[in-house]
Design a protein around this ligand. Sequence first.
Ligand code: ADP
Length: 463
Amino acid sequence: MPESGMAEKAFTDRALTDKAWPAALAFFLALGALPTIIFGLLIGFGELALLPGLISWGICITVALAFGLLLGRDIGVMSQLVRGLRTSPEDLPREMNLLVPGMRLLAREAVNLIRAERLNQARLSDRSAADHALLERLPDPLLRLNENGAVIWRNASAIATFGLETAALLRHPDLRAALGEAGQSGVPVRKSIALTVPVPRDLDATVIPVSGLVYVLIADRTRERNVEKMRADFVANSSHELRTPLASLIGFIETLRGPAADDPEAQQRFLGIMAEQAHRMQRVIADLLSLSRIEISEHQPPETILFLPPLLERIVAGMEPMQQSTGTRIELSVPNDLPRIPADADQLAQVFTNLLDNAIKYGKRGGCIKVSAAAASTDSRFAPNGVLVSVADDGVGIAREHIPRLTERFYRVDKGRSRAIGGTGLGLAIVKHVVNRHRGRMLIDSVEGQGTIFTIWLPTRAG
Ligand code: ADP
């Protein structure tokens, strides 16, 4: 306990007179009464001569007076001291001007008591400041409500997450029910809450009653539930994608063994459809496998340094048969001084093949596809330390609401059309995961009826 800051206590004369004289008088009277009676009786009954009697009585009275004065004065000082400790406990006196030894001990004990109390309070307030800082910095929103259910404090996360919507949150029937239940039982109650506005959110609220107050701790489960839902959708979708062609194959096999057993013409037709369905299943399985292979390595950015132009030329050349069947033209524009990038050549080949494949599939018949590469400094939407590759078609385009979902597995704008032209619905999901592995970005610009531009930004240094 630091004592340097303590001011020395000065007791004023007035305070001393206030306190000391009545006490001194009382002590003096108490101590002087007995000798006066005894000496009075001894002199009165002639047991003691007048002069020696008066001298002895005078000595006793002087001692009583002196002691009364000292005690009375010390009581005055003590009561001032105790009052001082009560009114300003931070100013502990360093010296106590007390004359009676027992009083000095008493005063020291009083000061020590206050000192211990101060230490205790300082510890308590340190602890409560630390507790408060912890609650304030909790990553999850936390609210403190009074006994009437009004918010009296919110931590930073609650302010950031709910802002002005806190009142709406507290009005939610499920949360109100949890507050009521916790208020009655006195034990924490947990409830799941689904908010619909302003954005759908899945929350877990824990209501904790603590000595008349109520704490509401909120955990935002939206992301986890979305991931769970996506996983469930994925399993449902992939089994559906395989089950449909499989059912069709089984159906045709039965037809071939039964009604069409003696019809060579129908057999040829059915075998053609069956081959197509089998190829579709093969494509879906191949895409699912490459997707899971990419996901496995997604946390490790590639290290091999790659010069993109030859790769792009090779891919464009590989599109020749498709180009011919649709009458599409591909224009490639790649500068020779394009910066080299850390990349996985096979995975990037898959990315640009998928994008070109889509550009031809969903582009205009006889249209023109532009593939261009450039240093990223040429486009202010991207960080300059990278390269850009864009694939632009002049096809049907994509309505704005579909764009954020295109990279989801099996998401297609037009399911029928995608299936009819051999799509698996996994092409852009593969693109997204490869770009993620390269720590890159993909931007989709599209105008319905005019065309779509897929732009991939890849960093010149992975990290
Ligand atoms: P798919 O195998 O169906 O082509 P993708 O993942 O490659 O699957 O694409 C998802 C969907 O995005 C497609 O079904 C299509 O609706 C849309 N799409 C992709 N590329 C284009 C494009 N260049 N123009 C218009 N729509 C496109």
